[in-house]
Ligand binder design. Structure first.
Ligand SMILES: Cc1cc2nc3c(=O)[nH]c(=O)nc-3n(C[C@H](O)[C@H](O)[C@H](O)COP(=O)(O)OP(=O)(O)OC[C@H]3O[C@@H](n4cnc5c(N)ncnc54)[C@H](O)[C@@H]3O)c2cc1C
Length: 426
């Protein structure tokens, strides 16, 4: 410990860990979770977002126990639970008859006891509000559209469409599936159209008939598609997303409006409940789903990435926002307590995250087939196998996702703190 003497006081200069200045490109859920994780670790951080405000679309997401455990590390778990909807059960139903294929209890004694956190359904804008509210205002730089980065060994540079250029010790690309950060390091390659189109809507719960106010997270599985609905915002709104295999349309805009007739035609013959739900909405949006193949490297020099910028996945395991939040937590732990060499710390972060996110990307693709089986016989086999798994208790999640939900980012953080994380050099 060094002692620095001044005229009036003695400052004890502790051997502090360096606090690198981190620039995050992109203020979505992944970018803000990372910003909060770094901020809580005392690391100086700035967020550069292309939009004029920090905002999300009017849609819901489900956040499984692994995501809630990341929120716990970020100190915002209670706030998320307060504004979300604690889904007491998850159900899979037959698309036509409504027969319950499987029901999974999520509250005490069920999923929550097994995985140590709740299963939450929540409005995307609420997640962003909670994260942004926990951060100082002065870290946000809005209207900054990144056009590329120049990775260096000691510091890196990001350029913006507005002519600005910044240098930071570390740059983190959290700029979504069409990431400019990714493009400037690994080429612009187009994302892969997955052959699935979604329609979404959000309705006030009180606009539904009392018997239609289903509070469980419910998925209706049918040939070539499935429909999911669940409450958000303390149960005051019902969010629905209807998925169908189709090559007829391939725009990945989240805000493209469409007419009710597209939904009623596509899901003709599906259960009446769904049609009542569709009709209650006054706006419908559609978008095509894209993903990418996993990357073996996520960065160069002092640039790295997280979330959809580097592991965009189909939403069928409900893990894109959850894994993006985990990324930020692990990154912050590595920078706070990991190897001193910054590039080494970033490669160690990538080494910890790539195997998990690669497996979840692959699982999400496989799940698309499982949910949309066109053959009646294959669906029958699937449903019987799920019923057996429920009976013998071999799958606690309805999605064979035990290994995903078990993950506690705090354990990854502890490994880092204990120095058991290896840099690529050893
Ligand atoms: C239908 C559907 C359902 C889903 N359901 C779930 C679910 O239930 N659970 C779950 O966990 N996940 C779900 N996801 C996935 C989840 O939405 C995403 O994985 C998550 O939002 C990714 O967050 P992100 O911050 O990495 O990227 P984004 O949300 O894409 O945020 C990127 C941010 O970067 C900004 N940006 C982009 N380019 C630039 C640039 N050049 N310069 C500066 N800023 C830029 C954008 O404006 C945006 O603010 C779903 C996705 C879909 C499509």
């Amino acid at each position: 410990m060094a002692i620095i003497g001044c005229a009036s006081k003695i400052i004890w200069k502790m051997p502090v860990k360096r606090t690198p200045k981190v620039a995050i490109i992109g203020g979505g859920i992944g970018g803000l979770a990372a910003a909060l994780a770094l901020h809580r670790r005392g690391i100086e951080v700035a967020v550069y977002e292309q939009s004029a405000e920090i905002k999300e679309i009017g849609a819901g997401v489900n956040m499984s126990p692994n995501a809630l455990k990341a929120f716990r590390l970020l100190g915002v778990e209670d706030a998320m639970v307060e504004i979300g909807h604690h889904t007491k059960a998850t159900m899979a139903r037959n698309y036509k008859s409504g027969r319950v294929i499987r029901r999974q209890e999520n509250s005490a004694g069920g999923l929550e006891a097994r995985f140590g956190a709740k299963f939450l359904t929540i409005h995307r804008a609420d997640i962003l509000d909670v994260l942004a509210g926990a951060l100082p205002d002065n870290i946000f730089h809005l209207g900054h559209q990144c056009t590329g980065v120049a990775p260096g060994d000691r510091a890196s540079v990001a350029r913006f469409k507005n002519g600005r250029e910044i240098e930071a010790d570390i740059i983190v690309g959290a700029d979504g599936i069409r990431s400019a950060v990714r493009a400037s390091m690994f080429g612009a390659g187009e994302p892969r159209f997955t052959g699935c189109v979604c329609w979404r809507g959000m309705v006030p719960m009180e606009a539904l008939r009392p018997e239609d106010r289903v509070m469980e997270m419910t998925a209706w599985w049918g040939p070539h598609g499935h429909v999911v609905h669940y409450p958000v915002r303390r149960g005051t709104l019902m969010n629905f997303v209807a998925h169908f295999d189709s090559d007829a349309w391939a725009e990945d805009s989240w805000t493209e409006e469409c007419d009710l007739v597209e939904l009623t035609d596509t899901f003709a013959g599906w259960n009446d409940y769904l049609h009542r739900l569709f009709r209650t909405s006054d706006k419908y949006y559609k978008w095509a789903l894209y993903d990418r193949d996993p990357l073996k490297a996520w960065g160069r020099g002092t640039v790295t990435m997280l979330g959809d910028a580097v592991h965009p996945m189909l939403p069928y395991l409900g893990q894109g926002a959850g894994t993006a939040s985990e990324d930020g937590c692990v990154l912050a732990e590595l920078l706070a307590t990991g190897p001193d060499d910054i590039a080494g710390a970033l490669r160690a972060y990538e080494g910890l995250r790539i195997p998990r996110t690669t497996k979840i990307q692959a699982g999400s693709r496989a799940r698309a087939k499982f949910n949309h089986l066109p053959s009646r016989f294959e669906r029958f086999k699937r449903d019987v196998s799920m019923a057996i798994k429920t009976r013998i208790g071999s799958d606690k999640t309805m999605m064979q996702s035990d290994w995903i939900y078990e993950y506690d980012v705090k354990d990854a953080a502890r490994e880092v703190g204990e120095g058991t994380v290896q840099t690529p050099d050893g």
